[in-house]
Design a protein around this ligand. Sequence first.
Ligand code: SF4
Length: 252
Amino acid sequence: MATDSVNVRAALRQQLMSDRLLGARAVPMLPPAPAGGRPRAGAAAGPADTGGKAERLQALNEQQVKACKKCDLCQTRTRTVFGQGSAGARLVFVGEAPGYEEDKQGLAFVGKAGQLLTKMIVAGMGISRDDVFICNVLKCRPPNNRDPSADEILACGPYLQEQIAIIQPEVMIALGSPAAKTLLNTAQSIGKLRGRFHEYFVSGTTGVGPSIPLMPTYHPAYLLRSPGEKRKTWDDIQLVMERLGLPQSGQA
Ligand code: SF4
């Protein structure tokens, strides 16, 4: 839409004028959407063109997640955080759990880490945040932002599994160790997992049924504490861009 394009251009200008994300020298432009094909990664996809996906996501949120009491986090949350973005997204980001700001607003990745994620998407990848889908493994905030427990992941995991089954993205990015370990059912560290694609099995069982390429990378909150690792994250993102057919930037 024209308004979206104006917003994206304005955001890009702002980002480029303030600070160059991850050292990027050029911002990639989106390729045209393939005729008759799936929407490009940056193409907005509303309810009318997602084959009922938006309605199914909304039903999952309204009828199950918002009222969920499957684990003790329901007692301390302010709001559930379902995630947001395009139901027709080709790319889905998954973090571990909502933080303070997310719990207050009911939106995923809206705190400082979320702002960095937005820079990664807009200035780094050259697409709009509204055109990807962003969510977490847990839909409620753990007190004091502690790591999710195994019981909480077990209780909440099926919601994420259902979200992915509905959206059917072409590629996923797991942000941080808990998300990567949960989605890949592994104990390996994020340092060992990142840098190459793995397979996320939609069935939840490794080796069973269809799978989606998944790139683990560092969580934006970790990058805020360890900016020296941004380069590795940028490398991971460029692999994702290549997989999606997005033009690479002139990264230093
Ligand atoms: S974290 Fe998930 S399982 Fe636990 S109460 Fe919230 S929505 Fe339900």
